[in-house]
Design a protein around this ligand. Sequence first.
Ligand code: AMP
Length: 193
Amino acid sequence: MNVLLLGPQGSGKGTQAKRIQAEYAAPHIATGEILRAAIVAESELGRRVKPIVESGQLVPDDLMIELIRERLAEDDAQSGFILDGFPRTLPQAQALDEMLGDIGRELSIVFGFQLDDSVGIERMTKRATLEHRKDDTPEAIAQRLELYHRETEPLIDYYRAQGNLVGIHADHPVDHVFAEIQEALEQTVARSA
Ligand code: AMP
């Protein structure tokens, strides 16, 4: 099953992705986590993206597309994946379609998480004290939300037009959201059986 989670910062995509991963044995591929790990490791990629990630900007499309191309080619992604944080722009979405098309695969389902900015800001501010993310400062949070609305939110319509979008009310409790996701995934499994 090839799953994509799309939604603003603080909408709980990462939490849900981990639960999907536990239940459906597909790897959770979170580009933000990959970049943060590269920054900690001080790899060449990490050094390049550090100032961009920490200020809440977007890493250039070509770099992200290459990163995902390599990640999707790894063994554990061959029978399915859960993408979280990619694509974030139209060129990234188009590149993903092309990439999947080339290997005869497609997205099974796209979850579009909906959440008011005020709730997301509150959640990210709480997380800032727990996780000490450099991009959870008020300035970086505002920047990231602005970029979400401008660059990423239009992808909801892009996937709606492809016919595989399922909307999720992300302000509901975690278990409730997961139950909704599970129901949609079961229907997808049943359809493809
Ligand atoms: P996240 O953990 O998904 O909120 O991502 C943290 C940061 O990593 C973002 O604010 C961006 O700086 C960078 N990032 C992650 N994924 C992407 C992407 N697909 N395109 C561009 N930048 C990204």
